[in-house]
Design a protein around this ligand. Structure first.
Ligand code: SF4
Length: 458
């Protein structure tokens, strides 16, 4: 069971492959399992509650199984074991062990690397608690050495896209963020390992790779003191079979002319997810983030050098000390930069972060009111961006046949997986299509996130 972000999903794939390579059978059905792994998220309050809920569901499943076994055999053995891993257990091991005595094992963010040993010990009856320093070195490694990577990808489904994690952890210290305390310092994967993994994925039918890290723009700084994302984009464009490369989560300080040029000259789609978090210079300073001028410069660089660029972003509303004027400055900057999509988050007080001790907390009802206002703007910007595509001919990567005959569901370059909606494309009756095909469609009706289009000849 995996909660949280795309990085956690890549972790879960790695754990599944390592366990299968060690001879275990991996099942998606907790009721059929001898051991259930719950890979958690500890990012913000809302995500933590979701992880706890998932854990409690598994605990009641275990209790039901125990009761059933007791009825049958009077000794309660044979019920599933529970191992909790990931960010929540990295951050709150003591609280989890105390609050959920039914746990048979607890491990932190290094668990994907050590999963075989953890499972073997728990199944042999040991109650295992392993929480090391946050993070675990580069993904796919075993204490730095390579073990079976790049094949540590679990490909049960035939979806033509995949997330590829290029680094773990973060070297920045945004004052509201607890991620470095869970995921550790920046550790980049050697470029050659990423190349091998993408070749492996391409051979497995993947046509779009979505590059992920806490801060993609910083990729490589720990390896050789320079930002390697531009080089990575150009190198990935040489991998046969890969059509699209999508950079997700680039800090504004990671946007340079070199990066934008590499975007324009490679198989990178004209799309970037660049969180700005706020629009007020005063609040951005309190957050430890780049100011509005640096944000404008990053946006201008992308718009000038990457034709047709779509920029997704995210903002935090209700940061301590945020005044009405600060909030309005954020709205103004978003409208001025015409962001394609805006994800809106309410400030979540994270204990142990510098922002948690800042004065002048924004009252909850004010925060909720501002979130609603910001979501109105976000919707308007999304609609505006979709309307600009009306009657335009766009590339669509096909993902699966839609319910209606002759229609396929897919995505355009402006749509990242799982967050930006779909394109429903009508293709000719005789047209043979497979997932990963890229077809051209003229947009007939733009919805807020989804688009409808008809295939046009090349
Ligand atoms: S760059 Fe992202 S992950 Fe790193 S500290 Fe800032 S918000 Fe957290």
């Amino acid at each position: 069971m995996v909660l949280g972000c795309a990085k956690n999903h890549v972790d879960a794939e790695e754990m599944a492959v390592r366990l299968e390579q060690a001879g275990y059978t991996v099942s998606a059905d907790p009721a059929a399992a001898d051991l259930i792994i719950v890979h958690t998220c500890g990012f913000i309050e809302k995500a933590r509650r979701e992880s706890i809920r998932a854990l409690m569901d598994v605990v009641s499943l275990k209790q039901d199984a125990q009761k059933q076994k007791e009825d049958e055999r009077e000794d309660g053995t044979g019920s599933p074991k529970i191992l909790v891993t990931g960010c929540l257990s990295q951050r709150y091991p003591g609280e989890l062990l105390e609050g959920i005595p039914e746990l048979d094992g607890l491990a932190g963010t290094q668990a994907p690397r050590d999963i075989v040993d953890l499972v073997r010990r728990i199944l042999s009856g040991e109650r295992v608690v392993e929480v090391g320093p946050p993070g675990r070195g580069a993904p796919g490694t075993c204490g730095g050495e390579i073990s079976g990577a790049p094949g540590l990808r679990y490909r049960p489904q035939s979806r033509p896209w995949a997330y590829v994690r290029v680094a773990e952890g973060c070297r920045r210290r945004c004052t509201y963020c607890a991620i470095p305390s869970m995921r550790g310092p920046l550790v980049s994967r050697p470029l050659e390992h990423i190349m091998k993994e993408v070749e492996f994925l391409s051979a497995a039918g993947v046509r779009e790779v979505n590059l992920i890290a806490q801060d993609l723009g910083d990729y490589g700084v720990d390896l050789c003191g320079k930002k390697l994302l531009p080089e990575l984009l150009l190198r990935l464009s040489d991998v046969p079979g890969i059509s699209w490369v999508r950079p997700l989560y680039v800090h504004p300080d990671g946007v340079s002319s070199q990066f934008a040029r590499a975007m324009a000259r490679s198989k990178a789609v004209p799309y970037v997810d660049m969180p700005i978090e706020h629009g007020s210079a005063r609040v951005l300073k309190l957050m430890g983030r780049p100011g509005p001028d640096r944000i404008r410069q990053a946006v201008d660089t992308l718009k000038e050098q990457v034709p047709g660029i779509f920029i997704r972003t995210s903002v935090i509303v209700g940061f301590p000390g945020e005044t009405r004027r600060d909030f309005e400055e954020t709205m103004e900057l978003l409208a001025e930069c015409e962001f394609h999509r805006v994800a809106v988050f309410g400030y979540s007080l994270e204990e142990g972060t510098p922002a948690a001790s800042l004065p002048d907390r924004v009252p909850p009802q004010t925060r909720v009111r501002r979130i609603r206002e910001m979501q109105h703007l976000s919707t308007a910007l999304s609609r505006q961006s979709s309307l600009r595509l009306e009657a335009k001919v766009i590339d669509v990567m096909l993902e699966r046949p839609a319910l209606q005959e002759e229609w396929w569901a897919g995505r355009g370059v402006h749509q990242a997986p799982e967050v930006d909606g779909k394109v429903f494309l009508r293709i000719g009756p005789a047209s043979k299509a497979v997932p990963g095909d890229i077809r051209r469609g003229r947009v007939s009706s733009p919805g807020l996130l989804n688009l409808w289009a008809r295939e046009v000849a090349d």
